[in-house]
Design a protein around this ligand. Structure first.
Ligand SMILES: NC(=O)c1ccc[n+]([C@@H]2O[C@H](COP(=O)([O-])OP(=O)(O)OC[C@H]3O[C@@H](n4cnc5c(N)ncnc54)[C@H](O)[C@@H]3O)[C@@H](O)[C@H]2O)c1
Length: 346
């Protein structure tokens, strides 16, 4: 088969490209190679930016630099494909607040163009939403334990009302794209899925303070840099390894049951920031330097996905445990430490 992966040279996109390349499929990464988020990290954005592109080319993936906001270019590249995995995005709350126009054009117009191209070419498409679209009102209903927040009920299904609480540009744009996926399903019969994703982690994640906290903590701890924890560190997610998300995309391609899906590690795979730091200290055999900062507008302190809908309709289950996945990510960071030891650019 031939698969087009928007944002293929990003973190998650690279795992989807890798998944299909390993199967021997034809893979096209369609990615604008943006750098605004990487520029906020302490290592070189250029080197980090090129890493996934070079890795994918070594697997035989065709990489093109192109924009999902350009409907014509997108339609040209979608022609002849069997499936679209849409991961290209402005994915952070902080950049969305600084540049709502970029957030809107990338996530809403780009998301619409991708769905529309799938409709025109009559092929299935799975897009990335985020659990942030549920909103952060859940923060008011949490119990504080020693190292984590807990909640009753402990996990949430797709029927949880969305946009409850404070709304940032990212909430609005990601929700709009999720609604457009449903619109294309209902009005035009497109085989579309919108994956409401929890915290994803894994190799090739150049995590920073805004996005990708597991990788951000690991890179910083390994390089001996301080980690910054916003709020008290008891924030909790059902983290999910990128390879498991890549498998979810293919599970959707195989089953093609349209709809919205919560995709996360589920109740078996939860980790708080403090617990993640503790695990990293165990793995590295040294104490990490941690700085605590205040709260951040829009942050969601607790989310665990009820993944039973994806289990039922897509016959999908996450396979990688947090300990196993974090160990694997640490191995990748150690093997590529030169990427992170470059002179500070900021
Ligand atoms: N990483 C997570 O923990 C997480 C959690 C929930 C949801 N998501 C969603 O998963 C998706 C992938 O996230 P990620 O962590 O891999 O992000 P990423 O920033 O690593 O990758 C996004 C890619 O999209 C590309 N891109 C940006 N604007 C583009 C445009 N206009 N046209 C084409 N390409 C463009 C970038 O160059 C980048 O390579 C996003 O939709 C994100 O919102 C991620």
């Amino acid at each position: 088969m031939k698969v087009l992966v928007t944002g293929g040279c990003g973190f998650l996109g690279s795992h989807i490209c890798e998944f299909y390349a390993f199967r021997g499929d034809q893979v096209l990464s369609y990615d604008l190679m943006t750098k605004h988020e990487l520029q906020r990290n302490p290592y070189s954005p250029d080197t980090a930016r090129e890493y996934n592109w070079n890795y994918l080319e070594s697997l035989g993936v065709t990489c093109v630099k192109a924009d999902v906001r350009n409907a014509e270019a997108l339609a040209d590249h979608v022609s002849g494909c069997d499936f679209i995995a849409h991961t290209a995005a402005q994915p952070t709350m902080t950049i969305g607040l600084e540049n709502p126009e970029l957030d809107f054009s990338t996530n809403v117009i780009g998301g619409f163009n991708v769905l529309s191209a799938a409709h025109r070419h009559r092929i299935p498409v799975a897009s990335c939403a985020t659990i942030h679209i549920y909103g952060n009102e859940l923060n008011t209903n949490l119990r504080e334990e020693a190292t984590r927040y807990s909640c009753e009920p402990p996990a949430f299904s797709e029927s949880l009302p969305t946009l409850q609480g404070e709304i940032t540009p990212l909430h609005a744009s990601k929700m709009a794209a999720d609604i457009y996926a449903r619109m294309f399903i209902d009005s035009f019969g497109v085989k579309a899925a919108s994956f409401r994703l929890s915290g994803i982690y894994g190799p090739r994640q150049f995590g920073g303070e805004d996005h990708g906290w597991v990788a951000n903590f690991l890179i910083r701890a390994y390089m001996g840099l301080p980690m910054k924890v916003f709020h008290n560190g008891k924030q909790l997610r059902d983290i999910i390894h990128a390879s498991d998300v890549a498998r979810a995309f293919h599970a959707f391609y195989e089953k093609q049951v349209p709809g919205v899906y919560n995709i996360g590690g589920g109740p078996e795979n939860t980790l708080s920031l403090l617990e993640c730091i503790h695990l990293i200290e165990q793995l590295l055999g040294k104490k990490a330097e941690v700085e605590f900062a205040g709260e951040r507008f829009g942050d969601l302190y607790y989310f665990v996905c009820d993944i039973s809908k994806a289990q039922r309709h897509l016959a999908w289950n996450p396979l990688v445990s947090p300990r196993e996945g974090v160990e694997g990510l640490l191995t990748w960071i150690k093997e590529n430490s030169s990427l992170f030891s470059l002179p500070q650019t900021k």
